[in-house]
Design a protein. Structure first.
Lengths: 226, 308
């Protein structure tokens, strides 16, 4: 491919130099070669386009290379309202973006307003979730939905570095899913109270003013030594 | 009538003498009520005295020792425990990693460790310390051990849990004058509590403040006692010996997670086999930016920290 391009270019350049003008006058042979090469390139690209998957079903996520086999702790039994179709079968789907009424929480902090219920919940079948490629995903496989945006975290989770593994360090890997720890509608985890501090060892009690010990000497308040 | 000063002293002496005699009588009564030798049988007391170093005992001697430990625990704490001697798994060297961007300073690991390892509730011994550090500061001397705010994490702080690093070249082992501490084939540095003489040289040798001395006999309420114990791990310890984190040897040698990792609600703790290329710990070492504390001392800790 590249020698052909080089040959064409050098032919036209030489011709223009010989002519002693700035206007390029390519030879017919060079134009013919150019056309042939253009055809070749388009043929190659069209061949590649054929290899690319056309339907979303073919692009279904099949895991990261060398990823270990994991079993995900199911979560459907913990969901209070599941199966959702108990109610939603009778309700006409409403795709309009609006604050929801009870029993659903009207607040959705996830995505800072860029996503909405139907970004993750399937509009046709409420018992399923959907990915960004509009694939149907079971509630127990919710991590596949999260992976659409949080790919780095999802990869870490797949390799057991993010999230929690259940009970053992060897043998079968069972892991909690994303939604066990993160509320998918409010994913940030709220601060909570710590366990009590360790007892101060005898002789290591804080002396007056020692809470300022990390500050530079000139910034410490004067301590009454009497 | 003026009181003779001497008679008051005499009265004091009489009182002391009476108390002494009463105490003697009660002691005899107590000795009659339960077996002599502090609740143990004479043969158990002798066997304790002549108990060999763990590594020099035959398997029969170890079995006898384990049974004796169980008997003694029952008389001391009133709880039936099982003391085991699970051997190390072949082809396993344990390693630990903590994700410091996940750790929120809840101290759930400390609590679980105290429960799991039968640490004395009164003896001020805790294997894990969670240090509160200023963001951008890695100087351990600026760390806050006793933080107790309403809620954690505190803005502008990060949390660094510290425990035994299970060094691959442990200075504590070199310091021990009686070989009461050593590294097991699975990389865990353990203590034979019955061989330790309590000199505390290992505590001074340890750069991580990971070894702790039992100034008093650890007191554990019977209902809080963990009955699943290991000879080199969480069996009841006597007074005057040094103890340390042993990666929950009684759990990890059976394939379970250490108690601190199981208790961590954030998943910041990662534990596994360093020799298994597919383990989580190896993924951390290969894919994350890890560091170790006081690496320049050359003690080769098997304990890494990372953030992501």
């Amino acid at each position: 491919m590249s020698p052909r391009w080089n040959a064409t270019f050098s032919t036209t350049t030489r011709h223009s130099l010989e002519a002693g003008t700035t206007v390029e006058v390519p030879s017919w042979a060079a134009i013919a070669r150019l056309l042939v090469s253009c055809l070749l390139i388009s043929a190659i690209f069209s061949a590649r386009a054929d290899e690319l998957p056309e339907s979303p079903q073919d692009s279904r996520f099949e895991g990261y290379p060398n990823a270990p086999e994991i079993r995900v702790v199911p979560r459907k039994d913990d969901l209070f309202f599941y199966p959702c179709n108990q109610c939603h079968e009778a309700i006409q789907p409403n795709a309009e973006i609006r604050p929801l009424s009870a029993p659903h929480d009207s607040e959705l902090t996830h995505g800072r307003g860029l996503i909405w219920c139907l970004s993750c919940h399937d509009v046709a079948n409420r018992d399923n979730l959907r990915t960004l490629l509009n694939e149907q995903v079971d509630f127990d496989d919710a991590h596949l939905v999260c992976a659409g945006c949080h790919a780095n975290r999802h990869k870490d989770w797949t390799f057991g570095v993010h999230g929690k593994r259940v009970d053992n360090w060897t043998g079968e890997r069972t892991q909690f899913s994303c939604t066990h720890c993160h509320d998918p509608h409010k994913p940030a985890i709220a601060p909570r109270a710590p366990q009590p501090p360790p007892p101060v060892r005898t002789g290591l009690e804080l002396t007056p003013g020692s809470e300022h010990v990390n500050e530079p000497a000139w910034a410490r308040p004067e301590v009454n030594q009497e | 009538m003026s009181k003779d000063p001497g008679s008051d002293d005499r009265g004091k002496f009489d009182k002391a003498r009476r108390n002494f005699l009463r105490g003697l009588g009660m002691g005899t009564a107590a000795a009659a009520a339960q077996p002599a030798w502090g609740g143990d049988t004479l043969s158990d007391t002798f066997a304790d005295f002549f108990q060999k170093h763990y590594q020099r005992m035959t398997s029969e001697e170890i079995t006898e020792t384990l049974e004796r430990i169980e008997r003694k625990a029952e008389s001391r704490y009133g709880v039936e425990i099982s003391c085991e001697n699970t051997p190390p798994q072949p082809g396993v060297v344990f390693g630990y990693a903590i994700n410091i961007s996940r750790c929120k300073g809840y101290r759930d690991c400390v609590d679980a460790c105290v429960q799991e390892n039968n640490l004395g509730r009164d003896s001020q011994v805790q294997y894990i310390r969670v240090l509160q550090m200023d963001k951008g500061d890695s100087n351990l001397e600026h760390s806050e051990h006793y933080y107790d705010p309403e809620t954690v994490p505190v803005e502008g702080k990060y949390y660094l849990p510290v425990q035994c690093m299970q060094c691959d070249d442990p200075p504590c082992v070199k310091a021990c004058p009686v070989d009461a501490t050593w590294m097991e084939p699975d990389g865990i540095v353990v203590v034979d509590y019955d061989w330790c003489i309590g000199c505390r040289y290992c505590m001074t040798a340890c750069p991580y403040w990971a070894r702790h001395f039992n100034w008093t006999t650890p007191e554990i309420p019977a209902e809080e006692m963990n009955t699943d114990t290991h000879f080199l791990g969480n069996r009841p310890r006597p007074r005057g010996v040094v103890e340390k984190c042993h990666f929950c040897i009684q759990r990890t040698r059976k394939g379970r997670q250490p108690a601190c990792m199981e208790a961590c609600p954030t998943g910041a703790r990662i534990f596994g086999n360093l020799l298994d290329p597919d383990s989580e710990i190896r993924y951390v070492l290969q894919n994350k930016q890890v560091f170790r504390l006081k690496e320049d001392l050359g003690t080769e800790p098997k304990f890494w920290y990372f953030s992501d």
